[in-house]
Write a protein that binds this ligand. Structure first.
Ligand code: DAK
Length: 254
């Protein structure tokens, strides 16, 4: 377990907490290293919830204090490493949910957008304020925000750097819904997902991720190959037999 990032297994759900509340959970190299180490092995988890420690923030961005004196080469190395961690999160085989409990700014917003689903607390604040610091989003924000909210809305947000509150984030399609108890609701959603056939859930995610940006015809070929693959699993036989026998399916992940 690291100093700033910890993980807890809650049944089939892995709960990861970025816990550096004195700096509003800002991402420095150590935080990113610790997060990368946890993401490298999610064990048997069927879904993952990511949250920020403390009351105020999910993640308030990349750590400004550690970036202020960087030269070009150091900034490039930092962005490459940070993008790698965010890419690893996005590419995880299991569904991931960001429980955004406060500020999700800059790298924090980018981290949330690398998750499959974003739930927002009533106090959640999203934004890409990098231009206020004289830089551009460095962990994929210019790309994932466009995909999340559309090109024109993303342009307005990255050009102005303005903050977006929870309700607006939902209207924009950046967050799924506003929650009174965001971590509890994220875990409940993760448990709901984890009760389904785990291989099928993973293949759903593969079908969506791998075909992002593909032509529909190619994407549908990929979808039917993944559909056929399900018929090589015990879970497909169990799921369909359970339906026909009017009983609850017992999925093995096999
Ligand atoms: N980095 C470091 N420390 C931070 C921080 C951050 N991003 N955000 C907050 N903190 C620290 C504050 O400095 C303060 O520390 P102390 O002074 O107590 O030691 C503590 O957290 C509490 O913050 P505040 O006192 O400011 O709290 P408030 O409630 O007054 O304000 C705030 C909350 C979230 C509105 C404010 O802290 C704020 O505006 N924070 C900065 C938000 C921000 O600008 N985030 C974007 C960071 S830039 C790239 C790679 C990556 C990136 C870009 C380029 N390449 C290399 C190309 C990514 C960039 C970013 O994410």
């Amino acid at each position: 377990m690291g100093e700033f990032v910890r993980s807890e297994v809650r049944g089939a759900v892995l709960l990861i907490t970025i816990d550096r509340p004195k700096a509003l959970n800002a991402l420095n190299r150590q935080v990113l290293d610790e997060l990368a180490a946890i993401l490298a092995d999610v064990g048997d988890a069927r879904a993952l919830v990511l949250r920020g420690g403390g009351e105020k923030a999910f993640v308030a961005g990349a750590d400004i204090a550690s970036m202020v004196e960087m030269d070009t080469m150091q900034a490039h190395a930092f962005a490459a490493f940070g993008q790698g961690v965010v890419d690893r999160l996005e590419a995880l085989p299991i569904p991931t949910i960001a429980a955004v409990n406060g500020f999700a700014l800059g790298g924090g917003c980018e981290l949330a957008m690398a998750c499959d689903l974003i739930l927002a607390s009533r106090t959640a604040v999203f934004g890409q304020p990098e231009v206020k610091l004289g830089v551009i989003p460095g962990f994929g924000g210019t790309q994932r925000l466009v995909r999340a909210v559309g090109s024109q809305r993303a342009r307005e947000l990255v050009f102005t750097g303005r903050n977006v509150k929870a309700e607006e984030a939902v209207q924009l399609g950046l967050a799924l819904r506003v929650c009174d108890d965001v971590v509890a609701e994220a875990i409940a959603l993760a448990e709901q997902i984890a009760a389904n056939g785990p291989i099928a859930v993973r293949l759903c995610k593969r079908a969506i991720l791998d075909n992002d940006g593909q032509a529909l015809s190619a994407a549908l070929v990929s979808e039917r190959q993944l559909f056929a693959l399900c018929f090589a699993t015990v879970d497909q036989k169990e799921g369909m037999a359970a339906f026909l026998a009017r009983r609850k399916a017992e999925f093995l992940g096999a």
